[in-house]
Design a binder for this molecule. Structure first.
Ligand SMILES: [Cu+2]
Length: 179
């Protein structure tokens, strides 16, 4: 009897977790307002380190397709700026790439000299629990009180995620209590 209840509780938790994973996908525009470019010496490495990527998130590359493209490559190719054998190539100028697995995702621009000029980015998707975001990644002051020079696209999502996660656990506790 007790085992059945436990099984049910676990099932409920798994469903809730799956729901959370799907519903909280964030869209990250590479380079923020600057987009995908070689103008302005955008530090894409720095840009990526300010984000907490998760499976299901969408990486958006916006650029002029006349001048750039997006190639997903291996780590050695990324390091060497080798665009000769990409895993995939995107070239619409408005490319949304959905992250489907954890780990590193390496992208570079295949136009001659662009990767060498810094047009490359490593999207590293960590194994981070949805219900326990690191406190340091969360804004410690209300969004309204923060100045808006470079708002992160994901910042409001963190609050939303937290809300959803809390809601999920509250529901789970509720269901378990009555199972
Ligand atoms: Cu380029």
């Amino acid at each position: 009897m007790a085992l059945a209840v436990e099984k049910r509780a676990v099932a409920v938790l798994l469903v809730l977790y799956a729901f959370l994973e799907v519903s909280i996908a964030a869209v990250y525009k590479v380079g923020d307002s600057a987009g995908w470019t070689i103008i302005g010496n955008i530090d894409y490495k720095k840009w990526a380190t300010t984000k907490t990527f998760q499976v299901g998130d969408i990486i958006l590359f916006e650029y002029s397709p006349q001048f750039h493209n997006v190639m997903q490559v291996t780590h050695p190719e990324y390091q060497a700026c080798n665009a000769s054998a990409p895993i995939t190539t995107h070239k619409t100028g408005n490319d949304s790439i959905t992250i489907t697995n954890h780990g590193h995702h390496y992208f570079l621009c295949g136009f001659p000299g662009h990767c060498q000029a810094g047009q490359k980015v490593d999207i590293n998707v960590l194994h981070v629990a949805v219900s326990a975001p690191t406190p340091s990644a969360l804004p410690s002051v209300p969004a309204a009180a923060t100045p808006a020079p470079s708002p992160s696209d994901a910042a409001p999502l963190y609050a939303f995620k937290r809300l959803l996660a809390n809601l999920g656990w509250t529901l789970a506790v509720f269901v378990c209590g009555f199972a």
